[in-house]
Design a protein around this ligand. Sequence first.
Ligand SMILES: Nc1nc2c(c(=O)[nH]1)N[C@H]1C(S)=C(S)[C@@H](COP(=O)(O)OP(=O)(O)OC[C@H]3O[C@@H](n4cnc5c(=O)[nH]c(N)nc54)[C@H](O)[C@@H]3O)O[C@H]1N2
Ligand SMILES: Nc1nc2c(c(=O)[nH]1)N[C@H]1C(S)=C(S)[C@@H](COP(=O)(O)OP(=O)(O)OC[C@H]3O[C@@H](n4cnc5c(=O)[nH]c(N)nc54)[C@H](O)[C@@H]3O)O[C@H]1N2
Ligand SMILES: [Mo]
Length: 775
Amino acid sequence: MSDDRKRQSAKAVSIEPATMPAGGWGSVSEVTHILLDQHVAGKDSRLLMRQNKPDGFACVSCAWAKPANPHPFEFCESGAKATAWETTSRAIGADFFERHTVTALESWSDHDLEDQGRLTEPLRWDAASDKYRPVAWDTAFAEIGAALRACQRDQVVFYSSGRASLETSYMYQLLARMYGNNNLPDSSNMCHESTSVGLKKTIGVPVGTVTLDDFEKTDCIFFFGQNVGVNSPRMLHQLQEARRRGVPIITFNPLRERGLVSFTNPQSPLEMLTGSETAISTQYHQLKAGGDTAALMGLCKAILARDDAAVAAGGQRVLDMPFLHEHTDGFDDFAAAVRACPWQDIEREAGLLREALELAADVYCNSSAVMAVYGMGVTQHRNGVQNVAMIVNLLLMRGNIGKPGAGVCPVRGHSNVQGQRTVGITEKPELAPLDKLKVQYGFEPPRKPGMNTVEACEGILARRVQAYIGLGGNFIRAVPETAMMEAAWRELPLTVQVSTKLNRNHVIHGKASYILPCLGRIEVDRQAGGAQSVTIEDSTACMHGSRGLAEPAAPGLLSEPAIVAGIAKATLDANPRVDWDGWVADYARVRAAIAETFPEIFHDFEARMWTPGGFRKPLAAAQRIWKTESGKAGFTVPDTLQGDPDTAGRDPDALTLFTVRSDGQFNTTIYSNDDRFRGVKGSRMVLFMARADMARHALSAGELVTLRTPSDDGVARRVAGLAVVPYDIPEGCVAGYFPECNPLIPLWHHAKESKVPAAKSIDVLVERMASGSAS
Ligand SMILES: Nc1nc2c(c(=O)[nH]1)N[C@H]1C(S)=C(S)[C@@H](COP(=O)(O)OP(=O)(O)OC[C@H]3O[C@@H](n4cnc5c(=O)[nH]c(N)nc54)[C@H](O)[C@@H]3O)O[C@H]1N2
Ligand SMILES: Nc1nc2c(c(=O)[nH]1)N[C@H]1C(S)=C(S)[C@@H](COP(=O)(O)OP(=O)(O)OC[C@H]3O[C@@H](n4cnc5c(=O)[nH]c(N)nc54)[C@H](O)[C@@H]3O)O[C@H]1N2
Ligand SMILES: [Mo]
């Protein structure tokens, strides 16, 4: 067990039943607390009023859509926390590293590292003293450039977390390609890559088809594996409005998540004073983790049965036959597979009763515009891509894609993760505009497929990768296989992190290591051409301008475009067609370059970037144009109903662990050790467990356990010191937090086609720890 985990588990955990709605007074008190705790100045707390407004800045938390007519307070508890965290008045000065060796910092928790505040000057690790020491920007760039020029071109990795703007991301992919590879893994490789693969294959677009407008027109919403109250709370406004219109919301989630149960709008004085709540889900199905394909098969089976009955009675068809004929292929094979699939298997694999699924299918059949919203509970599985394809099957049966109020709605994570792909961040050369870049910039772009996140990890473990550049994020903490990855990471010849806050990826570092601190999106970005704005794409494919408003955390910070340009200029041969300095002076020039590469999406970019509600990227599937191989939307037959096909013949004592986020975190950024919605206070080292499983393993509440994976690949994977929390969770499933449980995920345990680590079903064995229990 690392010291970090020891420190956490030593703290007392307290468990209280959480019965309050999402939002409400709890939300207000959380926001007030973090503003005070991070010493956010009064003027900066007023920044919240400009968040997600047409003339303000795009929130740095989630990617949820930003409406044209925003609410007076178009921010949520999570967004307010993210703003407070970035605009904190705490900062790391040079004295900090004088006081702490990097090895000593390894024992600090994720929270304590980031809580030191903003990074303020470029730093280089000094091996002799084991300390990060200030280095001039020019020196850092020159040294990094020289090192990169000496590397094997296809063995350098350019990772990005999904926050950087369209402008930065475009420059970054160009840097990688001019350098000579497509090694552009990004956070979406751990996130919605199953969506990008599954939707592209079935409906011909890699992203969701709905807009905010569809929420106003829908008459039924299905929700699979997405925790809206914590991870995209602004969507609660749309859900609350839909509920007021009587729209049913049917949820499939192993946990009864507060935001999916009820909501009090903290921005409505009336609701706050009267304590009125809106019940969100009208049906709540607590399926087993990994049970989505089976549950969806059950829904489809019940729908087919209703259609058969309608045909027999000479009534109106339940299936949308004209749509099926004109727009889809593969339906007959799919229907045959559904008919052949026994209810018994469906019930066993979904962990739900036939009656429950039939109830949900009734609502589906009685609705004329159905939307399916989903998140990580669907994508982070061995069968993640198949899960996505099953959601498409369900929608296609009644023509629920490409009509108002209907469609598929994958909820993206990072605020610009979808946009990064749009402007060329991808390891797949066939998805990048290589021919266009060749003409525009007069170089020969590399055609060899690059490394995605899992492949980058494999290359690092094999000691093949020679350098890692990270544009944001906390790669080493976010990826699976923590123990082996940390050991291999230390042998990387070069690691460079562009960051705002200190994190695990700085204290676990390569033989040469640099931290390049950058401005955040909330800050004023002054360049030669004046204060700059940037753009991002939200979860509904709408592009928005964003203007920083807060004073920068320190005078010495550079913007992300300036840092990318600095590395590029020091690394690449000069190319008269790429004016890196001109781009940094005026980001409008980067937008002009983006528009030249992608004219269909970004024509008139400068004029359209402040469109209220954003301007939308053309989405063929939303127009019922299917850019698939067959030219139709495709039904697909699932390979298996099992959530984790590797567990056949598993140890009968094994449990299925899924990792989740609390309301006290943004990914590896841990704001606090509390999880208000799940009633856990004081520690994240907990294991949510059904009482029946506790009894079976003779465990009592608060007892400390060790989890380990039973895999036979010779690698020992364990996390010790988790306190057992009795919880309403299906038997056989346990839940723990990301990233604390990442050491348990084998690197090979990823979605078959998309390589998204299968963080939502990990085979584990639970063992009682010899000593003590948390109080
Ligand atoms: N405040 C805050 N906001 C965030 C983030 C954050 O950490 N904090 N992270 C951002 C990012 S990058 C992302 S990708 C999104 C993530 O947002 P979500 O997609 O909501 O991700 P998770 O919190 O991992 O939780 C997924 C949900 O799936 C459920 N679940 C687990 N296994 C299964 C299953 O097999 N089937 C079904 N149907 N459900 C299952 C869990 O109980 C949980 O409610 O949020 C983004 N927004
Ligand atoms: N077990 C398990 N593992 C998971 C998941 C899971 O559900 N379970 N979820 C996966 C998912 S969905 C994702 S998206 C990944 C997340 O993986 P990442 O995106 O790599 O990680 P984050 O925690 O979001 O990165 C946080 C760091 O970003 C830096 N940062 C913040 N703002 C900025 C900025 O404006 N610019 C720059 N340059 N840096 C900034 C800060 O230094 C901060 O420490 O994790 C994945 N890993
Ligand atoms: Mo994500």
